[in-house]
Design a protein around this ligand. Structure first.
Ligand SMILES: *Cc1c(COP(=O)(O)O)cnc(C)c1O
Length: 400
């Protein structure tokens, strides 16, 4: 008899996005002539930029000739990409890394699930409420159930304060999905200090850093002194350069970073992560890595920033227009996400139903990200400009 891993039975149903889909499909069936606009999913809509496409075409051609064909890659990732990351993402911000501290992968999601394997099952975890569900669910799948929730509410501007209890693993996401808020230098300093005091590890998800427009907000946790001793950073080309379908990311595991044995002896996580990757991960595709390298060329930077500007203009437009009719809107300035307080104290799902049925607009109920999300609604700036304007005009007509 094959016994099931019962940790999986502890998971809540993946009910948020499936319910959204079911409700949307039902509506479409009943209203076949309505143009339903989705401002719900966290996926990009603009195509890859020309410079990236050219680089990937060239890489495909290399695969067609014996002299330039590449088979299994290097688990860590190719130097040509790692060197660019070190230079553009870090040296420019005053942070130095060696090549063996940057690990190229096929998306942050997999690495978020992977790094927690390096940490013992009885560690206590802190996540925010509301939260990107994968942080919680990947721990539950492993059987790590000791999870506390730090409330992100209007009262604390969606930035929970440092817990007054001990935890071992802390998830921080800045710019935040779903609330669109960012952590400033002072707040990050406090977390780094907390992690040092508690010998804890921060898992820092900054896949939306390219959306930061406020110059005082750090793009990397390593801009904070001492962070290398306590933090792993996750970056992705998904939102940065539209690689959601190509799959490309990198994770930084500094050599200073240690976890501890039962006897309190320090162990370098960098070596463990390399060991884990060489066993479980077959290296990221060469073609993707050539595409990612092109992101860092002068022309590549120019092109991806144009795309980000397009999304940021959508966000700004939504925020401005919704605020004009009296909506309270958080996020949307350093982030592609707007965290909208539902009008008239409606519940998240009530507001969802109203928008769907009366505007044919789909968003994401805040409560789907955690109890503290009740009464909020997430809208994304990733749709086309035309759809964004049309959706907003329908909402304005209904609520003005
Ligand atoms: C989109 C997203 C990711 C990125 O995932 P990939 O696997 O790199 O596509 C990671 N964290 C958050 C919070 C996200 O919204």
């Amino acid at each position: 008899m094959a016994s099931v891993n019962e940790n999986f039975l502890q998971l809540e149903n993946d009910y948020l996005f499936s319910t959204i889909l079911n409700k949307t499909n039902e509506y479409k069936k009943k209203n076949p002539n309505k143009n339903v606009i989705s401002l719900g999913v966290g996926d990009v809509s603009l195509p890859l930029v020309p410079t990236v496409i050219d680089a990937m075409h060239k890489a495909v051609d290399e695969m067609s000739k014996q002299e330039t064909f590449r088979g299994y890659g290097i688990v860590q990732g190719y130097d040509f990409l790692i060197e660019k990351i070190i230079e553009v993402e870090y040296e420019k911000r005053g942070v130095k890394f060696d090549k063996d501290e940057i690990f190229i992968a096929s998306g942050t999601k997999g690495d978020l699930a992977g790094v927690i394997e390096l940490l013992a099952i009885n560690n206590k975890v802190a996540v925010m409420d509301p939260v990107y569900p994968a942080y919680r669910d990947t721990n539950i799948m492993m059987g790590r159930n000791n999870i506390i929730y730090l409330k992100a509410t209007e009262e604390n501007n969606f930035i929970p304060s440092i817990p007054n209890e001990h935890v071992d693993i802390i998830y921080l996401c800045s710019p935040n999905n779903p609330t669109g808020t960012v952590l400033n230098k002072e707040q990050l300093k406090q977390w780094v200090q907390y992690a040092k005091d508690n010998k804890a590890i921060i898992l820092y998800d900054s896949v939306y850093e390219i959306f930061i427009s406020d110059d005082t907000i750090p793009h990397s946790i390593y801009e904070i002194e001492g962070a290398k001793e306590v933090a792993i950073e996750f970056r992705s080309y998904s939102k940065l350069a539209g690689f959601t379908g190509v799959r490309g990311s990198f994770t930084v595991v500094p050599k200073e970073l240690k976890a501890f044995t039962k006897d309190g002896l320090p162990v370098e996580l960098n070596a463990l992560w390399r060991r884990r990757q060489s066993t479980k991960f077959g290296a990221a595709p060469y073609i993707m890595q050539r595409g990612a390298e092109a992101v860092y060329s002068e022309q590549g930077q120019k092109e991806i920033k144009e795309n980000i500007k397009y999304y940021k203009e959508n966000a700004e437009y939504m925020k401005t227009e919704l605020e004009k009719i009296g909506f309270i809107v958080y996020g949307g300035t350093n982030s592609p996400y707007l965290w909208v307080k539902t009008p008239n104290n409606m519940k998240s799902w009530e507001f969802f139903d109203k928008l769907l049925n009366e505007c044919a607009v789909v968003g994401t109920p805040g409560v789907g990200f955690g109890e503290c999300g009740e009464g909020f609604f997430r809208l994304t700036a990733f749709s086309s400009k035309e759809n964004t304007v049309e959706a907003v005009s329908r909402i304005v007509k209904l609520f003005a």
